[in-house]
Ligand binder design. Structure first.
Ligand code: SAM
Length: 191
């Protein structure tokens, strides 16, 4: 799926606005019309809106209630439908999906106000990704895949350990001022 110019979103207070990482992820997403998709951490819902326009069904789950409202408002604004839930990772998700997408909080930090939840990934930046990848495989349908944004801001030794149970394909990479970000497609090595 490529970026659809016709999708129009508004940004919301205390919700992560679309940034370079959002656009890198969006640019590499290939969505099949018969796929069920979960976006973890939709923020404003820009990616969720693109998923809702192209996939069979979309659920979005964010721990920040303001991001939930913002994503719902942006789906309505674009006359798209999706199921948006307040959820700490898979807490309120029981379904399985063909595709799970996550642009996670990955910077080292432990702040926990609503906006900091968008970037603070624990002391070495890997805490949320670690918790996410521990649970994600049980929410994948057979042949399901995960698309995950990663960064050199994360502790790379911890990250390599966390990613060991997955088959990995790099889909895209971008050098930013302070860091490099990239997107990987992950499939569990043991279904
Ligand atoms: C880097 S932002 C990405 C937002 C949006 N997907 C984008 O690409 O612009 C990370 C998002 O994950 C959400 N998030 C952080 N921790 C979470 C958790 N434990 N469960 C669900 N969502 C979480 C944040 O609230 C934020 O909306």
């Amino acid at each position: 799926m490529r970026y659809r110019q016709e999708i129009d979103i508004v940004e919301c207070e205390n919700v992560y606005p679309p940034m370079e990482d959002t656009f890198l992820l969006l640019g590499v997403l290939e969505i099949h019309p018969d796929e069920s998709v979960l976006e973890m951490g939709p923020g404003t819902g820009l990616i969720t809106c693109h998923l809702a326009a192209s996939a069979k069904s979309v659920i979005a789950a964010d721990v920040n209630p303001m991001a939930v409202e913002c994503t719902e408002a942006n789906l309505r604004r674009n006359e798209l439908s999706g199921d948006v839930r307040e959820s700490d990772l898979f807490q309120n998700i029981s379904e399985q999906f063909d595709l799970i997408v996550f642009n996670p909080p990955y910077c080292p930090g432990t702040e926990d106000d609503n906006l900091a939840l968008a970037w603070a990934g624990g002391p070495d930046g890997t805490e949320v990704v670690d918790r996410f990848l521990n649970r994600a495989p049980e929410h994948l349908l057979p042949n399901g895949r995960i698309i995950l944004l990663l960064s050199t801001e994360m502790n790379q030794i911890a990250l390599e350990t966390i990613l060991r149970p997955f088959q990995r394909i790099e889909l895209g990479r971008q050098q930013l001022f302070f860091e490099e970000i990239w997107v990987e497609e992950l499939r569990p090595l043991e279904p």
